[in-house]
Design a protein around this ligand. Structure first.
Ligand code: BJW
Ligand code: ZN
Length: 258
């Protein structure tokens, strides 16, 4: 069981507003490969090379092969104890939200309700001509470069590629959550892709206690108030357990009506 500082537990026990900011690392233990890092399976395909409009225009077949493969991988995996610990956090804190860079939908599948998806969702697709949505079943059934059932236009996955703007609503909510957080957890992200990577420091500049969870240091580590080194699927359940014990002990020391 990892050891947590008294300061972290006290800070979280008193916190009203807590935000979890997640990246590919939280889904690694479900079997979804990360993008960067030594064991990142997509390291064969650098996201900078495939996840952009130029690559799609040049070779839509290749980019669609990558997404069709990932859609199948993601459909077959399950949320892990890291995702589930964040569902428990939502029940524990008065205000809690997940801001995710992940497109895998695993936070919602785990049961998290307040989720802001900054980079889209791989379960959705839309026509580049008329905007009509297309289901995953439809695009996988067609294979190759899928076409819109209404206008024949090329369909693309509803994800955010390099050089594209983030969805405005999700971004605005994320900024507001970061600015108002008492505690901000940055979990399983290399913190190199902007503007998402600016959120932990925005939160800290607005007074949040900044906690990073990652097996490896990142460019954020030196700025974090706490670096919890290890896999999210181990650290987050242990952290939740420590918080629940603290609340139970406080409740016993100060019973209602005391
Ligand atoms: C574990 C673990 C375990 C492992 N437990 N942890 C120069 C400076 C600044 C910015 C730019 C710049 N040049 C260009 C830009 C902008 C660009 C950018 O940031 N580039 C940088 C790479 C330099 N950003 C953009 O283009 C964004 N849009 C934008 O800026 O719009 C304005 C604009 C408009 C017009 C023109 C120019 C600008 C859009 C970014 C979109 C990113 N999209 C992707 C793909 C999504 C679709 C898909 O999946 O196919 O999003 S890229 C990819 O990276 C994906 C991820 O969400 C994102 C972040 O990756 P993440 O989640 O951090 O994963 P990894 O793999 O990097 O890290 C995993 C971590 O987990 C590691 O640290 C491990 O140690 C750890 N780990 N096991 C816990 N068990
Ligand atoms: Zn169409």
């Amino acid at each position: 069981m990892p050891d947590f500082s008294d300061r972290l537990i006290a800070c979280m026990a008193q916190a009203n507003r807590v935000t979890a900011f997640t990246g590919a690392g939280i889904s690694a233990e479900s079997g979804v490969p990360t993008f960067r890092g030594t064991d990142g399976l997509w390291s064969k395909f650098r996201p900078e090379e495939l996840a952009n409009m130029d690559a799609f225009m040049r070779n839509p077949q290749l980019v669609w092969e990558w997404y069709a493969h990932r859609k199948r991988v993601i459909a077959d995996v399950q949320p892990n104890p890291g995702h589930i610990a964040l569902v428990r956090m939502e029940e524990f804190f008065t205000h809690f939200g997940v801001i995710t860079q992940n497109i895998d939908n695993l936070h919602r599948r785990a049961g998290s309700r307040t989720v802001y998806e900054l980079h889209g969702n791989i379960e959705r697709n839309y026509c580049m001509e008329c905007g009509k949505p297309a289901t995953n079943e439809e695009v996988l059934r067609q294979g190759g470069v899928p076409r819109c059932g209404s206008c024949g236009g090329v369909v693309r996955p509803d994800v955010v590629w390099f050089g594209e703007m983030l969805p405005e609503d999700e971004w605005d909510h994320a900024v507001r959550a970061a600015e108002s957080s008492d505690v901000f957890l940055s979990i399983g992200t290399s913190a190199v892709v902007y503007p998402a990577a600016s959120l932990p420091l925005l939160a800290k500049d607005h007074g949040a206690y900044l906690v990073e969870v990652n097996p490896e240091p990142t460019p954020l580590t030196d700025r974090a108030d706490e670096f919890l080194q290890g896999p999210a699927g181990v650290i987050l359940p242990a952290l939740m357990h420590a918080l629940e014990e603290t609340r139970a002990a406080d409740g016993a020391a100060h019973p209602p009506g005391d």
